[in-house]
Design a binder for this molecule. Structure first.
Ligand SMILES: Cc1cc2nc3c(=O)[nH]c(=O)nc-3n(C[C@H](O)[C@H](O)[C@H](O)COP(=O)(O)O)c2cc1C
Length: 166
């Protein structure tokens, strides 16, 4: 079964989409978060009718979930962070769905222009996966800075990462 890719970029055909295509040469189901109506976390659950739970259902229907995000200001994108905040709903109003995430494989693909990911970048992914008893498998980084040789090395490493993703 192809992985489910949850793409958190602010643009549909940017660097992060390209990174996904380098890593996943075979097919993947792709959800571009910015095209979906997903409200911020609300203590009163006023946005229960938005598209958040539909995307969770897609996660439940897949064994492997890839979170793909650019680095924006040293962290995951706002689109993806909003989605992560809403995972709280799975501990409150939709607990059964939250429990059903157990055992899913989780990978991360990130893009940025600095040489390496900021310190601590992976922590929210690893810890959130652990929280829901998902199996965190690691993070690949596509360097999009101006050094041509580093870009080529980074692309090759990302392709190898994709090959191991099964
Ligand atoms: C709002 C914004 C903030 C950014 N902050 C960082 C950053 O903190 N570190 C970094 O390495 N690159 C940063 N970048 C560069 C992007 O991560 C990089 O260009 C990335 O490849 C863009 O992917 P996209 O085309 O999917 O948006 C930033 C770009 C934008 C637009």
């Amino acid at each position: 079964m192809p992985p489910l890719v949850i793409l958190g970029s602010a643009r549909p055909d940017g660097d992060t989409r390209r990174a996904v295509e380098i890593a996943l040469t075979h097919s993947a189901n792709l959800i571009f978060l910015a095209q979906h109506n997903i409200g911020n976390y609300d203590y009163a659950h006023g946005n229960d009718g938005d598209e958040f739970l539909r995307i969770v259902d897609e996660m439940l229907a897949n064994e492997t979930i890839v979170f793909a995000t650019p680095v924006y200001w040293y962290a995951m994108s706002a689109q993806l962070k909003t989605f992560f905040d809403r995972l709280s709903d799975l501990t409150e109003t939709a607990k059964a769905k939250g429990r059903s995430l157990a055992g899913k494989k989780v990978w991360v693909i990130a893009t940025g222009t600095e040489d390496i990911l900021p310190e601590g970048f992976e922590v929210p992914f690893r810890r959130t996966a652990q929280y829901f008893a998902m199996n965190y498998r690691g993070c690949a980084y596509l360097y999009m800075g101006s050094d041509v040789a580093t870009r080529a090395d980074s692309e090759a490493a990302l392709a190898r990462f994709g090959a191991s993703l099964g």
